[in-house]
Structure formats: structure tokens, C-alpha cells
Design a protein around this ligand. Structure first.
Ligand code: NDP
Length: 246
């Protein structure tokens, strides 16, 4: 476990799936944790209650990641209401899938806003609050590094941008002692990609370990980066994909 006692984290899209697992893991490691979400008020409240059961403070903020002003506000609200900000996890995401020819301008703009614009804006806002030891971690996808199938060019493109963002920001923020990384999960059992879904066996077969992973597996890597173990890891893109891209 990382010792995150006294630290404050914000996890975007923390009401379900990987984001909820990250929020709970960071709280279990000692951090106070704010989450954002889009629609699931009840799920967000349940995550906050679970954070508070660990003895830490929790906060749920409704903020559409497609709205960069709302994202920046959520960052500032976290710092104002929890007193500081040490760890930002850009996790909120969607999975656009389908024929490349049918992707319209609105969908293109919305996906890029959620995956890229929000991560950039949140990092910008968070960096104003962070001191040495600050951590910015984005959740990409192993599909950013190896698409391997048709129908996911938009998703793959939008997640690949997070690698460039992290590499660039590592240099911008390194002199201030802030690290910036991207974690690229593979097939992870969530609402977005259930382990019993129609494509699950094919995904399982592509992994070296022959298994779907859990959201807790991804959260463990994020917790490592957020803690002392991540002190000298920056500008890195870490695959947590059960060897699917190996
Ligand atoms: P889920 O669909 O299970 O959860 C998505 C979360 O993001 C929810 O908390 C949801 O909020 C929130 N969210 C979605 N859109 C927005 C938005 N516009 N503004 C704010 N919050 C939003 O997804 P996962 O947990 O599976 O995915 C989390 C991240 O991991 C995503 O970025 C995804 O691309 C990535 N990923 C997932 C993989 C997988 O196999 N599951 C593999 C690789 C990467 P609400 O509950 O309110 O809807």
C-alpha cells in the first residue's frame, strides 16, 4: 500500500468502474477523495459513503467532462472544500464504437472533449494547486498503443493523445516536482466492458494471462504512482493489460 495520509485526490468519473475502484483505493491508502460524475447521483453518493467508511473525507461533484469550464470548477472546488490537491486522476471516459465513416462532427468533438480537453484542462487547473509531490495520472487504454480491430479509431486516437499530454507535461511540471503519467488498462470488468459481455471471450483470448482484469488491478497501479513509489516515474505510459499488447 502507498501511504497517502494527508493528501487530497480528485478522480474524474469516480461513480462506477475503474474510477470508483481508484477512489476507494486512494482513500484506503489514506487520502481524502473527491470524485466527479455525469448522471449517477446514487452511485456517486454510494462511493462517497464508502470513502467515508474508511475514515477519510469524500466529496461528489457533478461535472460533465465535455464541459471544460465545469471540469476546471470541479478541480478548484476540490481544493477549496478539501483544503488542497495532490493527486489528479483523469479517468472519466466513454467507448465510442462503430464504423469510422459514420462518426459525426458532434461525436468527434464530444469524445475529444471528454478524453483530451478535460484531461488538459484539469491538469492545468490542478497544477495551480499542487506543490512538490503532486501527481497527475490519466487513464488511457491499451487500444491507444495497438488498435488491432476496426471501429475504434476515434477511441484509440483520443486515448493516444493522453500519452503525448503526459510526456509533454512531465517536462512542464517536472521542475516543480510534479509527475505526470498515463496508465493504459486492458480489458477490465466494468459496465463499459463486462467480463461476461458478447466480446469478452475474444478479449480474454488476446491476453497473455488469459483473463479479464478487475478495476482493483488498475487502481493498484494508480495508487503506486500516487505514492512514494511513483516519485521518479514521470512521462511514462504504463500498460496494465494482462499482457494483451505483449
Ligand atoms: P464505466 O462506463 O464503467 O464508468 C465510466 C465513469 O465515467 C462513470 O463514473 C461515469 O459517470 C463517468 N463519465 C462518463 N462520461 C462522463 C462525462 N462526460 N463527465 C463526467 N463523468 C463521465 O467505465 P470504466 O470504468 O470501464 O472506464 C473508466 C476509464 O477507463 C475510461 O476512461 C475508459 O475509457 C478506460 N478504460 C476502460 C477499459 C475497460 O475495459 N473497462 C479498458 C481501457 C480503458 P456516470 O456514472 O455518472 O455515468
Amino acid at each position: 500500500m502507498s501511504d497517502l495520509t494527508g493528501r487530497v485526490a480528485l478522480v474524474t468519473g469516480g461513480s462506477r468502474g475503474i474510477g470508483a475502484a481508484i477512489a476507494l483505493r486512494l482513500a484506503a491508502d489514506g487520502a481524502d477523495v473527491a470524485i466527479t460524475y455525469l448522471t449517477a447521483d446514487d452511485r456517486a453518493a454510494a462511493v462517497v459513503a464508502a470513502i467515508e467508511r474508511t475514515g477519510r473525507r469524500g466529496l461528489a461533484l457533478r461535472a460533465d467532462s465535455a464541459d471544460t469550464a465545469a471540469v476546471a470548477r470541479a478541480v478548484d472546488d476540490t481544493a477549496a472544500r478539501l483544503g488542497r490537491l495532490d493527486v489528479l486522476v483523469n479517468n472519466a471516459g466513454v467507448f465510442p464504437y462503430g464504423p469510422f465513416e459514420e462518426v459525426g462532427r458532434d461525436e468527434l468533438d464530444r469524445v475529444l472533449a471528454i478524453h483530451v480537453g478535460a484531461a488538459f484542462t484539469a491538469a492545468q487547473a490542478a497544477s495551480r494547486h499542487m506543490g512538490p509531490g503532486g501527481r497527475i495520472i490519466s487513464i488511457g487504454s491499451n487500444l491507444a498503443e495497438r488498435a488491432g480491430q476496426p471501429g475504434i479509431a476515434l477511441y484509440s486516437m483520443s486515448k493516444a493523445a493522453l500519452t503525448g499530454l503526459s510526456r509533454g507535461l512531465a517536462h512542464d511540471l517536472g521542475p516543480r516536482g510534479i509527475t505526470v503519467n498515463v496508465v493504459h488498462p486492458g480489458s477490465t470488468d466494468t459496465d463499459m466492458n463486462p467480463a461476461d459481455g458478447p466480446d469478452a471471450d475474444a478479449q480474454r483470448a488476446r491476453t497473455a494471462l488469459g483473463a479479464f482484469q478487475t478495476a482493483d488491478d488498475v487502481a493498484a497501479t494508480v495508487a503506486h504512482l500516487a505514492g512514494e513509489g511513483g516519485r521518479t516515474i514521470t512521462g511514462a505510459a504504463l500498460l496494465v493489460d494482462s499482457g494483451a499488447n505483449a
